[in-house]
Design a protein around this ligand. Structure first.
Ligand code: 7RM
Length: 638
């Protein structure tokens, strides 16, 4: 017997659950949802159409997700670790927060938020390092019905400002700085730069982490610790949770697409809770007492769904790590697994490939015997990395779950279930119950049968599907629901093998996946074009041994002769300043012109091929305005 009524424990149960979820989706999800705590039950499990689009799960139901993540567990496992935190520096003490302690701190900080004038429906931007207070801030917002917008600590002031303005945030939660490997990252000073452009922000709460000197603006900036002390003297340690509608917004998370401007993906309370917990428990086969370690940052969707909400809704022990896999050395993950006897490890192919490069010396003397399940996410995993992970980390005895999903899906849609359904190297394999993937051709015709490839779409809603893009519903429709009528389009291409396993091959749009991070080519081009010397640019991806994809920029520079090295460095700096270090081009090739059609469209196909090193078969170039530019570009390839 399993601790979770909705946990699938055999292949037969998977087949039965899948069948039921397709034949009777409402009955299926109602049963899952019954395992959670609601103030009021739903009137209707699902209402939907993909044309507007409009999707409502558990309409009429009332709940608070933090009661499900915290309060609900207090009686049975109040003293069990909810969060284990490992600091960047292994010499610093780790921290363990029991469910009781986490509940207490979330209530306390929710009261701090109240004291600082924010209320249900307001938007709060969170820009913090990977410390427990980040999870506390997120949960405190959710407790009050405040919509959080977490911005990854690697984004620049400009990117933060864009996101704060788009969501019209009233308050920012940050820290003085953060530790990452041997670096100290400034955070508060970056916020100060961003806020010059953000009149909607009235308050900034600053946590102490690095103790770097920061400037505090009177009336606007307050210290986290001072505010907590005030709450303590007010003497009320509880904070009742706001009652939320199932379809009230829980959070906004910005993600890149094929246009220059990131979109605010919106997720809501009820469906998100049900699906993240359901997928967590089933994919990883979490068992009570297991220590689960997801290496993502909470600034990305993986951290939202599978460090914070999913695991906590399931009453799990979730391990949060502040640092990076290669510091103090490339054995850090394995030290952490050994130190805390981690049972489930969830990481990204880029991390695996990077650690592979450091050799087995860093794995050799580590006790990895506690591991039961391994997972990957973020990008296609190549077979070599899969086998390395399997043999050297899992020692051939841990199933690897290859989990495919997106910021917009909020939870894992296609994956094997550890030890329940078989894995296959480089294949995400089968859809979770409730998920109905199909492959379509260019015209949107469904491709039937197996051993076929096409564009990956989903034809029926699952509980955590994107509801809208913040402030611009039409953009949501255009991006995800207009390419193919009545289908959610993922932007990914996929193969379906002879027995129905899916293999995701990568994006079919102008979105790059660099180290598992989504970056739009248009976004990088806009940033490059900010440089005064740049006339125009075109950005494409190319295969990169560790990052999966690297960023290759073709740049037309003004004024003829210039120092290429200097100009490159300048452009890289510009991109880091406009977007953040994650979007820095790996290669910049200066060209006299870009290959354009007579109508002025850049032929990216040609640029992609050249960047990939495919110099011969460039395809039809006869429609180019000036075919000669191709030779120049080909000859100058980096
Ligand atoms: C969770 C996350 C989404 C994009 C997605 C894919 C790629 C993610 C896999 C994968 C192959 C996987 N959200 N992707 N997981 N490709 N196999 N298991 O990464 O919004 O940041 O990115 O990532 O292209 O569309 S995300």
């Amino acid at each position: 017997m399993s601790n979770y009524p909705y946990q699938i424990r055999s292949r037969e149960q998977y087949d039965a659950a899948y069948k039921r979820s397709v034949e009777d989706p409402e009955g299926f999800w109602a049963e899952v949802a019954d395992s959670f705590q609601w103030h009021r039950r739903w009137d209707k499990v699902l209402e939907w159409n993909f044309t507007e689009p409009k999707v409502r799960w558990f309409g009429g139901a009332k709940l608070n997700i933090t009661e499900n993540c915290l309060d609900r567990h207090l009686a049975e496992r109040g003293d069990q670790p909810a969060i284990i935190w490992e600091p960047n520096n292994p010499e610093e003490d780790f921290r363990v927060l029991s469910y009781k302690e986490l509940h207490f701190k979330v209530c306390q900080f929710a009261n701090v938020l109240k004291n600082n004038g924010v209320k249900k429906g307001d938007r709060v931007c969170i820009y913090m390092p990977m410390v427990p207070e980040l999870a506390i801030a997120v949960l405190a917002c959710a407790r009050l019905g405040i919509i959080h917008s977490v911005v990854f600590g690697g984004f620049s002031a400009q990117s933060i400002a864009d996101r704060i303005q788009d969501a019209q945030c009233n308050l920012v939660i940050t820290s003085d700085g953060g530790f990452r490997g041997n670096k100290e990252i400034p955070l508060k000073s970056v916020i100060d730069d961003a806020l010059v452009q953000c009149p909607s922000v009235k308050k900034v709460i600053v946590l102490t982490r690095t103790r770097v000197a920061v400037s505090m603006i009177k009336g606007r900036d307050v210290w986290w610790e001072d505010e907590v002390r005030k709450v303590e003297t007010q003497g009320n340690p509880v904070c009742p949770a706001e009652t939320m509608d199932a379809e009230d917004m829980l959070f906004i998370l910005y993600t890149s697409g094929s246009t220059g401007k990131p979109k605010g993906v919106v997720h809501t309370c009820g469906g998100y809770m049900v699906f993240t917990a359901y997928s967590f428990v089933n994919v990883f086969q979490y068992q009570p007492g297991d220590v689960y370690f997801c290496t993502a940052d909470i600034g990305w969707i993986t951290g939202h769904s599978y460090i914070v909400y999913g695991p906590l809704a399931a009453g799990a022990t979730t391990l949060m790590f502040e640092g990076i896999p290669t510091w103090p050395d490339a054995g850090r993950f394995w030290d952490i697994v050994d130190k805390f006897k981690v049972n489930i490890l969830y990481t990204a192919p880029t991390a695996i490939r990077s650690l592979m490069g450091f050799g087995l010396d860093f794995v050799k003397n580590k006790d990895l015997g506690s591991l039961k399940v391994l997972g990957t996410v973020g990008e296609p995993i190549n077979e070599e990395a899969w086998h390395w992970y399997d043999e050297n980390i899992g020692k051939g005895r841990c199933p690897i779950v290859d989990t495919w999903w997106q910021t917009e899906t909020a939870g894992i849609l296609i994956s094997n279930m550890a030890g329940i359904t078989p894995g296959k190297p480089a294949h995400a394999t089968l859809p979770l119950p409730g998920v109905q993937p199909i492959l379509v051709d260019e015209k949107g015709e469904e491709l039937q049968g197996n051993s076929i490839s096409g564009n990956l779409c989903i034809k029926f809603p699952w509980p955590s599907i994107i509801r809208t893009t913040y402030g611009d519903h039409e953009r949501c429709r255009q991006t995800y629901f207009a390419t193919y009528p009545n289908l959610y389009f993922t932007g990914d291409g996929a193969l379906r093998d002879e027995v129905g396993n899916y293999r995701i091959t990568g994006r079919v749009d102008d979105v790059l996946n660099v180290s598992g991070h989504r970056i739009g080519t248009a976004e990088v081009e806009n940033a490059i074009n900010m440089h005064t010397g740049v006339v125009e640019s075109a950005v494409v991806g190319y295969p990169h041994e560790i990052k999966g994809q690297g960023i290759y920029a073709y740049v037309v520079f003004s004024g003829g002769s210039h120092d290429n090295d200097l100009a490159s460095k300048d452009i890289v700096q510009t991109v880091a300043r406009i977007i953040g270090p994650i979007a820095k081009p790996d290669k910049i090739q200066f060209v006299k012109g870009l290959p354009k059609t007579r109508s002025g469209k850049i032929m990216r196909r040609i640029l992609r091929k050249i960047a990939e090193g495919e110099l011969q078969n460039l395809g039809d170039t006869s429609t180019l305005l000036d075919p000669a530019v191709v030779d120049e570009i080909r000859n100058g390839r980096l």
